[in-house]
Design a protein around this ligand. Structure first.
Ligand code: SF4
Length: 455
């Protein structure tokens, strides 16, 4: 019998996918994942090291695992800076960097040797850390951009895309197992396939190209919702919008714009500005008027004047984005932006964040109110506290970060069902309504032969 492993997964969906890969490999070797520190023979902590609060959270999670268990292996983004971990917690057994799955496994083997029993070594299904009905699908690792506030390219290296065939076999297996929503992620989804020159690979006896529009078309054939995250605002992104009009891709784009002042964006080493952002949004919305845009912004970047900030507010008032995450600029060790002149005082950063949040809340309230009276398709994530009430998300909302829909049902609706909901009420971010019925679910999964083992 091999050992028991506790796992703490911090950070973004990209880190979550790394955790799933480590746990899948450990399970294939006969290790057992356990939910408590006390039951574990060793604990793996997958850290986030992006911004200072994330580093602090990671160090505290490592400290907690050491206190509760004592045998701890650290991996993930903060693992790329072993000196930070070893200084705070010299007693950790091993430190490995992001995506270093083999090294994590090596460290676990050293702590608790793997089982040699051939019966437990039969390959079980992959471990998923999300509910059965949705899954993150990572299509590339690393990033080729050089945003001045970010150290992801240093941590995870340049972009390496997966072959389209490999992704499609994995997606097919997920949909066969009950996944109804595929959340496509990478550091920059829109650059998918560029590094491998859009080479073709085999899927179900035909050649498929590593190119985003082609990949989305293929994924949509499986019948699950397909949602795109982390889309860099390149001009070619417009080619995706017709796929939404055809119902092949959810009318949702997660496009981190970060700012609207051309001066600040230049200092961030990112493209565009308010005018070009607005042109792009108008073009996309002319093809799919109900397109939901999620974005993220950084306020208080070094050199941001009141005028730059006002430009951002004016842009937001006009752009009317649907969901926005707002962060105050925070230094990341090793990032070029730390050396920029004119840092913004903390209290000014916070005050700007509050002002931008107030404007965004007002826009969100109006946008949610406009949905009252509509019928929306909703995927059910959980049961509410009141009998018969379920909590789900519309096509315009991603799990964990966007708004919720609370729907009254006749009590027969289950988690993972896709239902039609008549919207009767709204708040700033959430919607309320009643279910009109469960939508039929027909996955269009090709029969997989021996190729299944490739997924
Ligand atoms: S696009 Fe910019 S912010 Fe995103 S991972 Fe790459 S370098 Fe970092």
């Amino acid at each position: 019998m091999a050992g028991k492993v506790g796992f703490v997964s911090l950070g973004c969906p990209k880190a979550l996918v790394d955790s799933e890969q480590v746990l899948s490999r450990l399970r294939a070797e006969g290790y057992q994942a356990v939910p408590s520190y006390q039951d574990a023979d060793v604990v793996v902590v997958n850290t986030c090291g992006f911004i200072t609060p994330a580093v602090e959270e990671s160090l505290s999670a490592i400290g907690e695992a050491l206190k509760q268990n004592g045998k701890v292996i650290v991996t993930g983004c903060l693992g790329a800076r072993p000196e930070v971990i070893q200084e705070a917690h010299p007693e950790v057994l091993a430190v490995t960097g992001p995506g270093e799955i083999d090294k994590v496994l090596g460290a676990v083997h050293k702590a608790i040797p793997p089982d040699k029993n051939p019966f437990t070594s039969l390959v079980p299904p992959a471990v998923k850390l999300t509910p059965k009905h949705y899954a993150y699908l990572k299509i590339a690792e690393g990033c080729n951009h050089k945003c001045s506030f970010c150290i992801i390219p240093q941590l995870r290296g340049l972009q390496v895309s997966r072959d389209a065939g490999e992704i499609l076999y994995q997606a097919t297996r997920l949909v066969s197992a009950g996944t109804k929503e595929l959340l496509v992620i990478a550091q920059d989804t829109s650059a998918y396939g560029v590094d491998i020159r859009h080479r073709t690979s085999e899927f179900q006896g035909r050649a498929v190209r590593a190119q985003l529009v082609d990949l989305v078309r293929e994924l949509s054939e499986l019948g699950a919702w397909v949602r795109l995250h982390y889309v860099y605002p390149y001009p070619h992104v417009r080619e995706l919008i017709p796929l939404m009009a055809e119902g092949k891709l959810l009318p949702y784009l997660d496009v981190p714009l970060q700012h609207a002042s051309p001066k600040i964006l230049r200092a961030m080493r990112r493209p565009g500005g308010a005018e070009s952002h607005l042109r792009t949004l108008q073009e996309w919305r002319s093809i799919r008027p109900d397109l939901a845009i999620r974005s993220s912004l950084i306020v208080g970047f070094p050199g941001e004047t009141e005028q730059d900030f006002q430009l951002l507010l004016d842009f937001l008032a006009e752009a009317r984005l649907d969901r926005v995450g707002v962060f105050t600029f925070s230094e990341v060790e090793g990032a070029d932006a730390n050396r920029l002149a004119n840092p913004v005082p903390e209290e000014v950063k916070q005050e700007r964040k509050d002002r931008v949040m107030a404007l965004l809340a007002e826009i969100s309230l109006q946008k949610q109110r406009a949905k009252v009276g509509r019928e929306l398709e909703v995927i059910v994530d959980s049961y509410g506290e009141e009998p018969g009430v379920v909590i789900g998300r519309s096509q315009y909302d991603a799990p964990g970060i966007d708004g919720l829909v609370y729907a009254e049902t006749d009590g027969t609706v289950k988690i993972g069902d896709r239902i039609r909901v008549k919207i009767t009420g709204s708040e700033t971010y959430d919607l309320f309504g009643h279910a009109l019925g469960v939508l039929p679910w027909r996955p269009k999964v090709p029969l997989l032969g021996p190729a299944l083992s490739r997924a």
